[in-house]
Ligand binder design. Structure first.
Ligand code: SAH
Length: 220
């Protein structure tokens, strides 16, 4: 027997992650499952943590921030119901993993991050994996990305005390936004849809994210 190489081990770990943590918990969108199978999550985190890359939990990415648990990434992505033609806005690039998943499923991803070191690292990782449809910006994402609006889908990957008005304004009609709203300890994952000029809001589940810090989020 030849020993398996590490790349194969990660592939097997990803397959297990999809089966047990994602499909096993009810995520059914075949395109989402395929993206989760494909994107090498370990590349987005520190090499010292690679052994935990496909575990059922969030992981630190430096600067007090975290990459979400794989299931939460899959759940939020599935709720956006992406078909491939969409322009998506993400607030909170972090390590860029969620952006890569979105890039597999949509036409273009615009992602905003407020911490310069995280943004430049995410850019390097996404470039090295060949993602040419992800556009990054250093800014307070609670203002959205006005020049590129409107967006068919918006995903906020940090916890907000309320839904930032600029994001509602920049959501296309029809459009879907997914955002954790609540206090700093626990939030409700909200799905907001815009259709025929009207907004509808649906509560999904309880979650815990790091804070969205900015003019329309938490004060620094
Ligand atoms: N989607 C990320 C998870 C990031 S954690 C991933 O896949 O890794 C949340 C991120 O939101 C952190 O990187 C944090 O710095 C960022 N953030 C917090 N407030 C922000 C704001 N107002 N604008 C942009 N990014 C913000």
């Amino acid at each position: 027997m030849f020993p398996r190489n590490r790349r194969d081990d990660f592939k097997i770990a990803r397959e297990r992650m999809v089966q047990h943590q994602i499909a096993g918990r009810g995520i059914r969108d075949a395109r989402v499952l395929e993206a989760m199978r494909k994107v090498p999550r370990h590349f987005f985190i520190d090499e010292a943590l690679w052994d935990q890359a496909y575990g059922d939990h969030p992981l630190p990415i430096g600067h007090g921030q975290t990459i979400s648990q794989p299931y939460i990434v899959a759940l939020m992505t599935q709720e956006l119901n992406l078909k491939g033609h969409e322009r998506v806005l993400e607030i909170g690039t972090g390590c860029g993993y969620q952006a890569a998943i979105l890039a597999e499923l949509a036409k273009a991803v615009f992602s905003v991050e407020r911490i310069p070191a995280l943004l430049s690292k995410a850019r390097k990782t996404l470039d090295s994996l060949g993602y040419t449809n992800v556009f990054l910006k250093l800014d307070d994402g609670t203002w959205g990305w006005k020049e590129e609006a409107p967006f068919d889908a918006i995903i906020v990957t940090a916890a907000s005390p309320s839904v930032p008005q600029p994001l509602l304004d920049q959501l296309a009609d029809p459009g879907t936004m997914i955002i954790p709203v609540g206090d700093e300890f626990s939030q409700s994952l909200l799905k907001i849809t815009k259709a025929d000029g009207e907004l509808h809001q649906q509560h999904h589940c309880g979650v815990r994210f790091v804070k969205l810090i900015g003019d329309h989020g938490w004060r620094d």
